[in-house]
Design a protein around this ligand. Structure first.
Ligand code: AFP
Length: 316
């Protein structure tokens, strides 16, 4: 627990000082602070930038929005010259990015530069998601992450981060610096909100029964179409479950293991929750390619366990 100086409230502790005084490794602190810097430019692009299409498409043939490409470049550039990164994997890039300038290569990251970018033109919240590993290999189980974070660009800009010692929230101040808002966020209590992704008509029997059981127990539906704001709601409200399950026509669901599921599962587990693909812990998945997708049930432990039970029964 970091203490405030005289005349300063605990909550005027900025991100860099908090990480330093929490004993976080210097190079890891540098990466997290570089992402904080990158987010200043991404906010500016979101607020004033070109909302049009970039005219390019990514590996999946999905049209890239100008903001996706711009955010990707901003993050790559900041980390390329950080001096501590070996390799980067971006959701917007086909290939792994090798750092070619001088670096001690201690860490590697996988990132989604602007998740939910299609929501910007309807003025909904979006986010940047970051997953950090020691060494030069990101194609490994998420349990080996040393840190994960997201930046949420909503009415406020906030960063939620864990370096394996609890989950902490920071908010951007008028000088565009991140100050501590709350430490050691913990999920608890019965589930009150749920976020069901994917077309309901394509839910398999077990998932359908699970969704119905939530509704019958008075759980409120909260789904924005953006993974970052939906997970942030569960963390800040300290309860809930998000799911983008296996569907009748896509057994892998939609979300990507490296860029979306691993970092969010790391944060949720650090907050005392759980994340499963319906059968196994997300963080135990051994990815075999950079763009692997998996179904996900993520939130309070009890709700994830209930989802797994319905899916087990479905499979008989
Ligand atoms: P985009 O980046 O294509 O907007 O997708 C956002 C996302 O990856 C994730 O943020 C959402 O949870 C999920 O997809 C929304 O998917 P649906 O549009 O199928 O609900």
């Amino acid at each position: 627990m970091v203490s405030a100086e005289r005349g300063q409230t605990k909550f005027q502790i900025n991100l860099r000082r908090y990480l330093r005084e929490s004993g976080v490794d210097r190079d890891l602190t540098r990466i997290i602070c570089e992402i904080a810097n990158a987010s200043k430019y991404i906010i500016n692009a979101i607020r004033t930038g070109d909302l049009g299409v970039a005219g390019t498409s990514n590996l999946y043939g999905e049209q890239q929005l100008a903001l996706d490409v711009l955010s990707d470049r901003i993050i790559q550039k900041r980390l390329m010259y950080s001096g501590v990164i070996a390799k980067m994997a971006s959701e917007e890039m086909d290939e792994i990015i090798e750092v070619t300038v001088p670096t001690n290569g201690r860490y590697s990251i996988a990132f989604d530069p602007l998740d939910g970018s299609s929501l910007v033109d309807v003025n909904l919240a979006v986010g940047t998601i970051i997953s950090i590993y020691e060494g030069d290999n990101v194609l490994q189980p998420g349990r080996n992450q040393v840190a994960a974070l997201y930046v949420l660009y909503g009415p406020r800009t906030t960063m939620v981060v864990s370096t394996g010692n609890g989950v902490h929230e920071f908010a951007m101040n008028q000088l565009m610096e991140f100050d501590l808002v709350q430490e050691n966020i913990r999920l608890d209590g019965p589930v009150k909100i749920y976020s069901p992704g994917g077309l309901r008509s394509k839910y398999t029997e077990g998932t359908e029964k699970f969704a119905r059981s939530l509704e019958e127990s008075g759980t409120k539906l909260r789904y924005s179409g953006g993974f970052v704001p939906d997970i942030n709601q569960i963390l800040i409200k300290r309860n809930g479950i998000f799911m983008y399950p296996h569907l009748k026509d896509s057994p892998e669901g939609k979300l990507r293991v490296l860029y979306e599921l691993n970092p969010m599962a790391f944060l949720i587990e650090q907050a005392g929750g759980a994340a499963s693909d319906g059968k196994q812990r997300i963080l135990d998945i051994q990815p075999d390619n950079f763009h692997q997708r998996a179904p996900v049930f993520i939130g309070t432990k009890e709700a994830v366990a209930l989802a797994e039970q319905y899916i087990r029964e479905e499979e008989g």
